[in-house]
Design a protein around this ligand. Sequence first.
Ligand SMILES: [Zn+2]
Length: 299
Amino acid sequence: MKIFMTAIALALAFSSTAGAAIYQQGVVYVIYDEAGERAVTNKTDKNSNGVPDVVEDIATQVNAAREVFNGAFNFTDPLKCERFKNVSSIEIDIESKARLNKFQGIAYSRVRKSKHNPTDRTLFIKVANTINPHASSTPTHEYFHLVQYASTYFRNKWYLEGMARWSEDAVIKMKRYPSDWDVPVRLKSKFSERQIFHGSYNMAEFLWYPLAVKMKDKDKIPDKLIRKYKYVDGSRVFQDDVIYGANVMIKILHKMKTKESLAAANFGSLDDWQKSGQRDERNNEIILNCVREVYHEKF
Ligand SMILES: [Zn+2]
C-alpha cells in the first residue's frame, strides 16, 4: 500500500488561484475558505501550521477510512476502478450548511476538473463547515459513497444510504449492535421487504448491521492503522479495532455489479441505464436478491 505510506508525510497547505486555501494530505485535498460563510466554524489551530485543525482532521479521517476499506479490506478503490479513469485524487470542499441544504455532506458520482491542479480530474465530496470529525463520521460516510459508486451503478436509497451509514462504524462506533435474530425473517417476509425498500439511513440498523452480526463477519482493523491515524490533538481516529461486516459488504457489492445488466434491461441496455434508472424501484428486488444470495452462501 505505497500510496498510504506517503499519505501523512506529504501533508502540506498552499493557496489556490481562486482564493480558497488548499490543504493536501496524500491523495486527499481539502478546499476551504479562510473567511466568510464557507469557512470552518471551529478555527482552532493547535499545531499552529496556519490550517484549522478541523480541515486536517477531515482529511485524516478520509485517509483513515480509505486505508481501511481499500487497504486492509479489498473494496473497489475509487481511484483505481473502471468507472473513474485517470483520476488520482479526492477533493473535499468545505461548504456552508445552508448551501448543502442542511445535509452534513454530499458525495458526487462524477469526476470534475481539479481545483488543486486544473490539468487533473478528480473525485469530490462536500462536507459541512460545522462538522467535528472527532464526533462525526460524515467524512467516512461520504468517502464510502465513492467506494459504492466505484463498485456499482445501483443507487437505491436503502442500499446507498443504509450501507454508507454502516461504514461509519469503522471510525465511530454505534452504541449498541442491533440484534441479529430476525435476519432470516427480514430477508424473507413481504412486510419487511416493503420496509426495506422504503428505507434509507435507517437500514443500517434494520438490515446491514444485523446481517453482518448474523453472518459472524467480525474482523480486525490492523494495529498499525489504529496507531497511525491520529487527529491533530493526538486522539485516535479509530475508536477500536473491531469491524463488522466488511467481508459481507464486499461480497454483496461484487454480486450487485454482476446484476447491473439485468436491472438495465428494464431500460434497454447498460448505456440507457442513467441515474433515474439506477435508483428505479424495479432494482429493489434485484439488490435484495444479491443480499439473499450472499446470506444463503453461508447458511
Ligand atoms: Zn449518504
